[in-house]
Design a protein. Structure first.
Length: 239
């Protein structure tokens, strides 16, 4: 699964997010809005909303912002209508890239995403051109320094909860689940552990190695995409 590479990328993104707090809150509010719009505003019965709210709280988003997004989605406040889309393409060096967006203007978003690819030696492709290379999984990270549980004990507990795989390093435990079992495993482990990350995300089946020049362009592409207001998440298979 190459989970350690995933955690390395997440740490890099978390550090970058500290300097972009306002933009992050806006993206999280969109995610909460869409989850509440589709499944209702009850956290007990809407697993997608519960996950979106948990992510927002992990990023220290104020409760009033969370409540406002839910109220807009459930008709208690005027709000926008957002559409979920995924753009696919190839970054520099042939890296497969998927870009998840929430937008109220498809033409604007498509133009901005296409510009980011072309400016950084990439190419935006057709739907399906790279998605077949990825699998959607549940992913959780637990900081080992915040718990005294040993590796064998944790792995047994995670497997009993229903996870598919656990990877352990000196720094973290990484837990992988199917999409269907994610919420069940998360709620089980949530009773004893604090999550650094808990999300449904995409994992590539294979990774692409790139030369240093392409690596720099790839970082610029990711940074440019993350700066776009409509972009919620980026998946790629760069080694």
């Amino acid at each position: 699964m190459a989970g350690h590479s995933k955690w390395h990328n997440i740490k890099h993104k978390k550090n970058a997010k500290d300097a972009k707090r306002g933009k992050i809150f806006m993206k999280l509010a969109k995610e909460i809005y869409v989850a509440a719009k589709e499944g209702g505003g009850d956290l007990e019965t809407n697993a997608s909303l519960r996950l979106a709210v948990d992510k927002a709280k992990a990023n220290n988003m104020p409760n009033e912002n969370i409540d406002r997004a839910i109220n807009k989605a459930t008709g208690n406040l005027d709000g926008e209508n957002y559409e979920e889309l995924t753009y696919e393409g190839y970054g520099p060096g042939g890296v497969a890239v998927m870009v998840d967006v929430l937008t109220d203007n498809k033409n604007r978003t498509a133009s901005e995403v296409r510009h980011a690819f072309s400016k950084n030696n990439g190419n935006l492709g057709e739907n399906g051109c790279v998605s077949f290379m990825f699998q959607r999984k549940g992913y959780m990270v637990i900081d080992r320094t915040k718990t005294d549980v040993d590796e064998d004990e944790f792995m047994l507990e995670a497997i009993e909860a229903g996870c598919e795989e656990v990877e352990a390093s000196d720094e973290v435990f990484e837990v992988f689940t199917s999409v269907d079992d994610f919420d069940k495993v998360k709620q089980s482990l949530d009773q004893s552990y604090e999550f650094e990350v808990a999300e449904l995300t995409m994992f590539p089946d294979t990774y692409t190695e790139v030369i240093e020049e392409h690596d720099e362009d790839m970082e610029k592409l990711i940074d440019m995409l993350e700066d776009l207001d409509d972009v919620q998440d980026i998946h790629h298979n760069k080694q």
